[in-house]
Ligand binder design. Sequence first.
Ligand code: ADP
Ligand code: MG
Length: 427
Amino acid sequence: MNAPFNPARTAHREPFVAFVCDETTAEVLRPIAVELGWSPEKVNKGGLRNAVQTLSVSASPNILFVDLSESGDPLNDINALAEVCEPGTIVIATGQVNDVRLYRDLVASGIHDYLLKPLNPDALRDTFAQAQTALNAPKLADPANERPHCAVAVIGTRGGCGASTIATSLAWLVSEKHSRTTALLDLDVHFGTGALALDLEPGRGLTDAIENPSRIDGLFIERAMVKASERLAVLSAEAPINSPVMSDGAAFYQLQEEMRGAFECTVVDLPRGMLVNHPHLITDVQVAVLVTELTLAAARDAIRILSWFKSNAPQTQVIIVANRVQPQAMLEISRKDFEGSIERKIDFVLPWEQKIASQAAKLGKPFAEVGKGAKSLSPLADLATRITTITDSGERDDAAAGSGKAGAKGGSLLEKFKVKLPAKAKK
Ligand SMILES: Nc1ncnc2c1ncn2[C@@H]1O[C@H](COP(=O)(O)OP(=O)(O)O)[C@@H](O)[C@H]1O
Ligand SMILES: [Mg+2]
């Protein structure tokens, strides 16, 4: 079975199924099922054991009625039922044991109600009415469905600084370590590496979407996305380089919209040029990860991109990641000087890890996966946690994101950039 990515879109459920041990119980149950609009044929013979067997291979109903009469150890057997029963099913049990302790234990283990045999039709009606009320009540207690969608864009200050490496790693970490269904959308349409980095064929999904934005809907997303794992899917392209991409950006925006409905998290690998051409793509992105190397050119572009965010997307929280960072003596510009020129702190630093990077490329696996044992890459995992924390809370987290001022006050940004450059680099 091909499980849908959207957990809310669960398979169609039967409203009611019963498993009872004797004909007398079935006879009381059937007419009441009919009154409630349920099929009397859903009253099966067989009790708890049969319920466990059946539900282990089929979808759970909304309301499940089970007879515990033939069970030697009802509490233990109810636990076996819990293992095969999908969350959200309301279980009503019946039996011959009149023991308040058993009743309490059953309720504590998640049973909605326990009715003593022989069944009283009125008590049965009451119980079903309560079960239906519980089913229709808003599910406040389920945080998994309450979480806002997590939308992240990863942008490199300059080509080659590792934005795609980090985007793929983040998507993998969020799907594996934070167990969220995740879409990786690679908007470098001609030269994207999203699929390549995961050893997948990109498929035609993204190019089709650009050519025909009106076709983009939930079904399109389900078909076009290439699955990397149960929880991670990719949309990437290797569009022919003899033709320009003809898009006003509507297709990209529409794709993000549909992904929001189908996945718990979207990671967009966003070439910086897209900010210029399609600024609206950032509108609903809560967190932007700006990946940079510690070079002078990257400092200049970090300043310009940060200032773009300030005026165009003040609602988006920007996290700065310095990547491919070499030992101090090899750096074109030190971390301190870089922070001084961009007037804020770098949030995470990832060192130069040639071996892990080439291994990841060779294996077609995410950098974070290949380097998961390496202490030097632990900031990547911290980055994923920081992002999910921000998007779950629905609030900006500026203090924690280390965006405190690190530079001088007053004057134009570029002016300060010149002032802050180390003397050696100014030559
Ligand atoms: N921390 C790192 N250490 C060493 N090499 C890295 C690191 N991060 C990325 N790389 C390598 O840098 C190159 C460029 O990375 P890529 O993610 O394609 O950059 P971008 O998308 O910003 O152009 C790739 O070969 C990648 O394997
Ligand atoms: Mg890239």
